[in-house]
Every structure is written in C-alpha cells, then in structure tokens.
Design a protein around this ligand. Structure first.
Ligand SMILES: *Cc1c(COP(=O)(O)O)cnc(C)c1O
Length: 523
C-alpha cells in the first residue's frame, strides 16, 4: 500500500476476508446507531428543564395525591433530540423509497399540499372561532365537498369522519337510521371474503351479524351466491371496488340492483378510489354510501405520518340521515350547520361523529392536490396507478404465481401467491428479504382468499426507474425462494434487528417496562 508522507493511504484499501464486518465495541455500525430504550438511557432524577421552586400550596387532591415518585425517565434536551433522531433513522418512510404496501396507497405527498396546509390563515384557526371570521376555511370544506360529490356522482357528502374505518361507521349508521325510519329491523350485513378487516369490524360494532359472501375463482364477488343470500333480514352489503384483489367488480350495477330490490343498501368501500377517479362514478353503479380515504386517494400523509380523513358520499336515500355538523352555502355565506331543526332537510340526522367539522389539515391538503391536478390530472392519476400495477404484475408473473393474472389486467395493485416457492419457503421470507434490499415489504397474507398473498401497490407516483429497481429486487428474492436458498430464511441481516417472533409479539405484547433484575452472582 502506498502512503503519503503523513501516513495516509493514497488509494482505497482492498477489503479482504479478514476484515469483513468485525463486531464493534458499541454495537453501532457506522451510521447505523444502536439505541437503548429511553428508560435505560434516562434517569428519574434528571430533567431537561429547570423550574423555579414551586410555592407551597395546600393540596386539594386529598387521597388522590400521588405518594410515590412518578418514575418518568429524564433526559437533557440534547439527549432527547438524539434519542428520537436515532430511532427515526431506523424507520422506513415514503420519503426514503418505494413503499409497496398493498391496500394502503403509500404515494408521494406533494410538498405544495404541505405549504398550503401551513398557511397561517388555515393552520392557526381555532375550531370555536366565530363562523363570520372563518368563511375562507368553510369555503374550502364546501369546495372540497363539491369536488367529492362531482367525482363520485353522488348526492351529498359527510365530511366529518376521520378515517376510512370511521367513514364505514358513518355509512352504516346512516343505513341503520334509514332502516329504523321506515320501521324495518334488519340484522345482517353481507361482506365478501376478500374485504378489509375494518368492514366486518364496523358491521359488528354497529350490532349487525356479519356473513361472508364467497368469491369466484377469478377473485370477484360470487353474484349468484350473493343473490341467493339476499332477503328481508339483510340490511346492507359492503363491497370494495376495486376490490382488495386489485380487481374491478364488473357486476357492481347488477349487484346494486339486486340489493335494492331486496330492500337493502349498498355500502362501497372506496379506499381504492385512486384506481378509478375521473373514470368511474360510484353513483352510476348504484352505491348508497362510500367512504373516500383522503389520505390515500388525495395524498395526505398517513401511516404514522399524519391523521386521516374519511368523508362519506351518500345517495339521495341516505342523505337525510347524514351526521352533523356540515357546511352549507346560503347566498354568499358559508354556514356550519351544528343543530338539526325540525323543519329542515337534516331533521333525521343520526347524530354527530366528531366534536367539530372534521380534519381541516387534510381538507386543505386534499383540495390542494385536486386543484393542482385538475380534472384531467385526476383522470391520469387513475391511469398511472393502473399502469404501474400492471407493469409490476407482468414483470414478475413469470417468477411469482399471479392467481388472477390470467383473467386480464389488474387495477391498482398486483397480487401474487406463494405457490411455487421451494418447500419450507414462505411469503414471510420474501418480505424479510425485501427489508435487506432496502424496501418496505409489500402487504402479506392479505387478502385472505389467496394463500400466502403478496399484495403490491406501487401507486401512481413511482417512476419507471424506481419500479424497475423494485422489480429487480423482488425477482431476485423470488428466484432465491424458489431455489430454496437457505440463507434467505435468515433475512433480514442488515436491519437494526434480525427476524423477530411477530406472533409472540402480537399475542403477548410487553407494553410496560420493568427494570431488569440484576442476576445475583452465585456464592
Ligand atoms: C385503508 C383501508 C381501509 C381503512 O381505512 P383507514 O383510513 O385506515 O381507517 C378500509 N378498507 C380498505 C380497502 C382500505 O384499503
């Protein structure tokens, strides 16, 4: 090796077997820093702030007064900043790379949305401000509502629900109120096998008995089985369209007609609206209620990145039962209608879902997204979402089994199964391998109708270059799993933690920290 006179090598040193990844004293690996729990690095007698001595006051807490130390760990400001920054660097994020989580629509959030949401005129409002002083904010909610109504071809929209699941609750409560109003006690909600878990959970939460509708071999609702089950006890059918197999429910109109003929309502799970926005209007398909995940279709951050918002569009039949409050235009004024009045069109409202008007920060972001795309841009969103998913599907269907790949193109997500992997190799091994390749794993083991499901939703915002790199990684993992490469079973190798016992973690979560007992040395 040649050196400068200061003793510095003039060329990179060749890496030999001998110096491959030795252990470090700290456990850190360069920029990959180990971090202990806050309880382990903090101390209960440290605080980051220095308050003046509190004056003595007579306690009025009586027996409620705490008698023991609170036991919270204390850190200095710098230690606190480092702790959370180190932890955040062990995480994956949409701003780091492609996030192929099926059903979740993890797409890029344009920074323009953020800029708009942070404008002081929106960001600094208080929900109890007099309505005359927040006309602009009410106009934003109203304009967004009009876009959602127009894009879905529905009669009206309830803006206040704060997530997709919350929107499902809103829709089913409206359906229940409509049935009660006509004195019709129905007790069953039908849900397809492939539905997102929130659908049966919502129906059960509303007191309905949930029954499965089987799927056809091509991954869609079995129309004949559904028709056969309809009857005077069925309150509603919950259908996801496009469904969670990434397929369009082609029989949707026939399904709606049959459901209506049986006196029931059609709830559509609209979480996948990004695949059809600007191309299909659910109102034309006979839908009575559908939630729209603003945080999916209209790109507001989610998945730990921010709160959600799940407005529910409603048919004319359900509109009278919509929740309060809502924004209404009266002349050139916008009014947040807070209370029902006997003679008004909302006299039959089922009540209220949230304290205020809904998730304002999400409304501003979603409207910024809609206006910056325009009608033609939104139409292209759907086209690009479907194009990207089909590119992934067709680039990998020679190495991974695509159970519904033969029956035509997919919508916004590509679904693969574990069929054809070597004996003992599973979807989990491929997911763990993706972590080593620097990607968040795809959704796995969902939908339940496919064995060892791998659901990939690339979304419309990924470039071809990013898709090609992801496809290359997944192809290599599929080949390794088919060849039975034992090393894959050990993945991940390069994550902060190796393979965890996730079943144990879910079944027996350790939610409190107790100081480890120091083992006594045997005498
Ligand atoms: C995301 C999703 C939901 C739930 O939405 P949240 O906003 O997470 O409550 C429901 N159904 C489907 C199909 C989804 O993808």
């Amino acid at each position: 090796m040649t050196m400068l006179k200061e003793g510095r090598p003039t060329a990179p040193q060749a890496v030999t077997e001998a110096d491959a990844a030795p252990a470090t004293a700290t456990g850190n690996r360069a920029l990959m820093l180990e971090e202990a729990l806050i309880f382990e690095i903090g101390s209960t007698d440290t605080t980051g702030v220095d308050f003046a001595q509190a004056p003595k006051v007579e306690s009025r807490l009586g027996s409620l007064a705490r008698t023991e130390a609170i036991g919270l760990p204390g850190l200095s400001e710098q230690e606190t900043v480092r702790h959370y920054t180190r932890l955040s660097r062990q995480n994956y994020a949409i701003d780091l790379g492609l996030f192929p989580l099926g059903s979740c629509t993890m797409k890029h959030n344009p920074r323009l949305n953020e800029k708009v949401a942070r404008m002081p005129g929106f960001a600094d409002l208080h929900p109890l401000s007099p309505q005359s002083t927040v006309q602009g904010a009410l106009a934003v909610i109203h304009e967004l509502a009009e876009w959602l109504i127009k894009l879905t071809g529905m009669h009206s929209v309830a803006m206040s629900p704060k997530a997709g699941a919350h929107g499902e609750l809103c829709g089913l409560l409206a359906i229940r109120a409509a049935l009660e109003a006509r004195g019709d006690a129905r007790s069953v909600v039908l849900v397809p096998e492939s539905a997102h878990g929130t659908n049966p959970a919502t129906a059960a939460f509303c007191g309905y008995k949930v029954e499965d509708i089987p799927a056809t071999p091509d991954g869609r609702v079995d129309l004949e089985a559904l028709k056969a089950r309809l009857g005077p006890d069925v309150a509603a059918v919950m259908i996801t369209n496009p469904n969670t197999c990434g397929l369009f429910e082609c029989d949707m109109k026939t399904i709606s007609d049959a459901v209506h003929a049986a006196g029931a309502f059609v709830y559509c799970d609209g979480a996948n609206f990004n695949a059809i926005v600007g191309r299909v209007r659910p109102g034309d398909l006979g839908v009575d209620a559908m939630h729209i995940n603003l945080h999916k279709t209209f790109s507001t951050p989610h998945g730990g990145g921010g709160p959600g918002s799940g407005p529910v569009v409603l048919s004319q039949a359900l509109a009278p039962f919509a929740p309060l409050p809502f924004v209404e235009r009266r002349g050139d004024q916008f009014v947040l209608v807070e209370e029902e009045t006997a003679e008004d069109h909302h006299a039959q409202t089922f009540g209220r879902m949230v304290a205020f008007h809904g998730q304002m920060g999400m409304f501003t972001r979603a409207l910024a997204y809609i206006l910056s795309h325009g009608a033609d841009g939104l139409r292209q969103v759907a086209g690009d979402a479907v194009l990207n998913a089909n590119y992934v599907l067709r680039s990998l269907d020679d190495v991974l089994d695509a159970p519904f790949g033969k029956s035509g193109p997919c919508m916004h997500e590509a679904l693969f199964s574990d069929k054809g992997l070597a004996e003992g190799f599973t979807t989990l091994d491929i997911a763990k391998g993706l972590i080593d390749e620097g990607f968040h794993p795809m959704t796995m083991y969902f939908p339940l109708v496919v064995h060892g499901a791998m659901l990939v939703e690339p979304t419309e915002t990924e470039s071809k270059a990013a898709l090609d790199q992801f496809i290359m990684a997944l192809r290599s993992l599929a080949e390794r799993a088919k060849a039975g490469e034992v090393a894959l079973k050990g993945a991940p190798y390069y994550a902060p933690r190796r393979r965890l016992d996730e079943t144990l973690a879910a079944r027996k979560p350790v939610l409190t920290w107790t100081e480890p007992q120091v083992a006594q040395a045997a005498e």
